[in-house]
Design a protein around this ligand. Structure first.
Ligand SMILES: *Cc1c(COP(=O)(O)O)cnc(C)c1O
Length: 386
């Protein structure tokens, strides 16, 4: 550390250079990320609330009321009139909270000590962190031939130690939606906590449904669904970090409450103590700013780009892994491995694609910063590499 203060300008000069090492969303080279550039209006709102601490809501009553309203709006979007929950740092923290609620609930109400959690092989790795922290056993359910969770496999794996079943609405690798309706009934009949991870699909499926896309039900309209994760910092265009966890019942927050003696509230259910209010308020502002029609239009644009990419890839001769349900296209070269093609794409023009694991394939996430023009350039290079 320097002994004497350094001039602001000098520090900023250094930081500008450092920032130049980062990739920029607007260059359109980031093709495998589920994040995107936050909306300018969200950034404007964000800086106004940088000092608000949601961890001590008695001091920041205004910001806390915005969190409550945001949860209410997202809850209604997911067909739940009285929603409980929090805006947290992302899908990971939201999933950890869901697992913790399920674990505690099963412990308090069923006396389960060595809990098991059933989830598909396609589940996000955040559940591994949750299971590790809470000493839970992960029971992996099989996928069907279309890479969605196999319902009969879930049924077989239910045991007296099952504390939760997890399904995904918009898988991280392929953007697919699990058969949530059937799983909801199974969970309901067996009195098991059912969590839907819609970190990716949550800001897309309801809006696409709104304009006539034919998706099966995935939300609280299904009686077995206990909680849903939604990430405003993906297609919601909110600044990082913004994830959402919505619970059907207040008791799921209550089973996680610990005493918080020196604060303005008596208990706290979130994992994080001092919590950022800024992204919550930015999320709220965007929900109002876009409204259903604005988000629907954006979601529709992403789907149009998705279909454009998919069809153009097929024309060149690339193999499409699965018909896209949301804004992700996974494909393979008939001869080159995904790793090889990914390397060549980076070399030829700096393309940053990602490689899916299950199945091995190049995976393109059609986020808001990826324009038709970028896609045409990308396809030109893919044609050359074919
Ligand atoms: C992105 C994602 C997560 C993790 O979210 P973070 O915000 O990166 O913590 C979890 N589940 C799914 C399905 C996701 O797509």
């Amino acid at each position: 550390m320097n002994d004497l203060p350094i001039d602001k300008d000098e520090i900023l000069k250094e930081l500008d250079l450092i920032r130049d090492e980062d990739l920029k969303y607007c260059d359109g080279r980031i093709l495998g990320s589920m994040c995107t550039e936050a909306h300018p209006f969200a950034k404007e709102v964000y800086v106004k609330f940088l000092d608000s601490n949601l961890g001590d809501p008695g001091l920041f009553k205004g910001t806390k009321s915005v969190e409550d309203k945001t949860i209410e709006i997202i809850g209604k979007l997911l067909n739940l009139d009285n929603a409980y929950g929090n805006i947290v740092t992302g899908g990971t923290e939201a999933n950890i909270m869901a697992v913790r609620a399920a674990r505690n609930h099963a412990r308090n109400h069923k006396g389960i000590k060595n809990g098991e959690i059933i989830l598909p092989r396609s589940a996000h790795f955040s559940f591994k962190k949750a299971a590790d922290m809470m000493n839970l056993k992960i029971i992996e359910a099989d996928l069907d031939e279309n890479y969605r969770i196999d319902v009969s496999s879930v049924k077989e794996k239910i045991s007296e130690n099952t504390i939760a079943i997890v399904a995904i609405a918009g898988t991280t690798e392929l953007g697919l939606i699990d058969p949530i309706e059937e799983l909801s009934e199974i969970a309901y009949e067996n009195n098991i906590y059912f969590h839907v991870d819609a970190a990716f699909g949550g800001f897309s499926i309801p809006f696409l449904k709104n304009i006539g896309y034919d998706f099966p039900d995935f939300d609280f309209s299904l009686r077995g669904v206990s909680s849903i994760t939604v990430d405003p910092h993906k297609m919601g265009l909110a600044p990082i970090p913004a994830g959402g966890i919505i619970f059907r019942k207040k008791e799921y927050l209550e089973v996680m409450a610990v005493d918080s003696p020196y604060l303005t509230v008596k208990t706290q259910s979130t994992i994080v103590g001092t919590r950022l209010g800024a992204s919550t308020v930015a999320t709220y502002a965007l929900l109002k700013y876009f409204g259903k029609s604005g988000y629907s239009k954006m979601a529709n644009n992403l789907m149009e780009n998705t279909h454009f990419l998919k069809e153009s890839l097929e024309e060149i001769g690339y193999e499409i892994i699965v018909e896209p349900e949301l804004n992700i296209v996974a494909f393979n070269h008939p001869k080159k491995s995904p790793d090889q093609l990914s390397e060549e794409l980076e070399k030829i023009n700096g393309w940053k694609v990602s490689v899916a694991n299950c199945p091995k394939a190049i995976r393109i996430v059609l986020m808001n910063h990826v324009t038709k023009t970028h896609l045409k350039e990308f396809l030109k290079d893919l044609k050359e590499l074919f």
